[in-house]
Design a protein around this ligand. Structure first.
Ligand code: ADP
Ligand code: MG
Length: 398
């Protein structure tokens, strides 16, 4: 993908509407307080570049799911307060329940070079998620240029991405540029051995990823809940472990396809079992042939974790999606943490995609030691599936 970036735009004196991802978690006790500001921080390089180059910046984002109507609970007000701290009187919050109204138009017209404005939550308007052409035009009429820097919503065609790109000269911001250049290169021109670790709850969520990776990788390590459908399909007894009975046939087909492509697939050799998913519950480590009928496998075992770690150690490219067990509970987090550590210690290009996997890396404090932790949950998954992301596809080529 050879998309235009902000550096290809001449922004001096121009009004630039920028779709950012300010969908930040708010604190439960106080919805005026931002619980985690990393998404705002991640957007600042693009914003600052545009301001330094004398653009007039109009920021748009969604926050949560207000379902197409104005709702103060989902106002971007806390984000506005945050930006005001940074940009002082260069910043203006142009808040309207309709996102764009006459007052907003006036406010935007008064922006000076190097100033910025934030509009209200785009999902206050039903047309946003429907990619309604009318709403897209209203937004587009505010500006001369469009920049998309919200990777996390790029797998959806909304008015604030596809709609705007259809109406204005467009480019991607630094955040999206980084996402697609690092992940794109890893998938298209990987250094070998290329090892992928896949986990998470369901096979059905990851079929597309497995199919796409079988043509590219040397080894796939499978852990997490999805492993047990594969094992059951191979005739193993899995007790009460997660099973998608209707996906067993497909699992066998995927194993066969891997074989034809000389892709090695490694399934768990041993597992941590318990009678229920609960913290403090009694656990046991058993070989894969010894899962009792009334027990559930909730993490990969020590042997498996070691094999996975040694495969990761030999790799030159590693892509990880999906935790190895129920990592949210300490008793079942060892496998996921071991894999996270192996990635952190590796010299390979290491990429983590998927909301829960990214969270596991962050919890382990290893984010700095990974080449790239994708900021988009669903979007990174679709990227790993080899799909075009509409919000990026719509941007002009160089
Ligand atoms: P990601 O967000 O990284 O793509 P998923 O959403 O596919 O990952 O999967 C994460 C979920 O899978 C976690 O909530 C985790 O508890 C669950 N999970 C992992 N292993 C198991 C298992 N053995 N049994 C049940 N659930 C599991
Ligand atoms: Mg998830």
């Amino acid at each position: 993908m050879n998309k235009k970036t902000v550096k290809d735009l001449d922004v001096k004196g121009k009004k630039v509407i920028v779709r950012v991802d300010f969908n930040v978690p708010l604190s439960k006790e106080n919805r005026e307080e931002i619980a985690d500001d990393s998404r705002i921080k991640a957007a600042l390089p693009t914003i600052d570049y545009l301001l330094e180059n004398a653009g007039k910046v109009i920021l748009i984002s969604h926050l949560g799911r207000p379902k197409g109507e104005a709702n103060p609970e989902f106002s971007l007000k806390p984000v506005a307060a945050y930006l005001e701290e940074i940009y002082k009187d260069k910043f203006h919050f142009l808040a309207s329940d309709e996102v764009v109204d006459n007052k907003v138009v006036e406010g935007v017209d008064q922006l000076k070079e190097g100033e910025l404005a934030l509009l209200e939550n785009t999902r206050f308007v039903a047309g946003e998620t429907k990619n309604d052409p009318e709403f897209a035009k209203k937004l587009a009429n505010l500006a001369d240029l469009y920049v998309n820097d919200a990777f996390g919503t790029s797998h959806r065609a909304h008015a604030s991405n596809v709609g705007l790109a259809n109406n204005l000269p467009s480019a991607v911001g630094f955040l999206i540029e980084k996402e697609i250049s690092i992940m794109g290169k890893a998938l298209e021109e990987p250094y070998h051995p290329f090892v992928s670790i896949l986990g998470g709850a369901k096979v059905s969520d990851k079929i597309g990823v497995i199919e796409n990776l079988i043509g590219k990788v040397d080894t796939i390590l499978i852990g997490g809940g999805m492993a047990y459908t594969f094992l059951k399909a191979q005739g193993k007894e899995i007790g009460k472990s997660l099973l998608e009975g209707d996906k067993m046939g497909l699992s066998l087909e995927l194993l066969e396809k891997a074989k034809e492509n000389n892709v090695e697939i490694i399934l768990p050799l041993d597992v941590v079992i318990a009678s229920e998913i609960k913290s403090g519950v009694e656990t046991k480590m058993v070989d894969i042939d010894h899962i009792p009928e009334d027990m559930e496998a909730l993490d990969i075992g020590e042997k498996t974790a070691e094999v996975f770690a040694s495969k990761i150690k030999e790799a030159k490219t590693v892509v990880w999606n999906g935790p190895m067990g129920v990592f949210e509970i300490k008793e079942f987090s060892n496998g996921t943490n071991k894999v996270a550590k192996a990635l952190a210690e590796s010299d390979a290009v290491t990429i983590v995609g998927g909301g829960d996997s990214a969270l596991a890396i962050e919890k382990a404090g290893l984010k700095d030691k990974i080449t790239h932790v994708s900021t988009g949950g669903g979007a990174s998954l679709e990227f790993l599936e080899g799909k075009d992301l509409p919000g990026i596809k719509a941007i002009e080529e160089k």
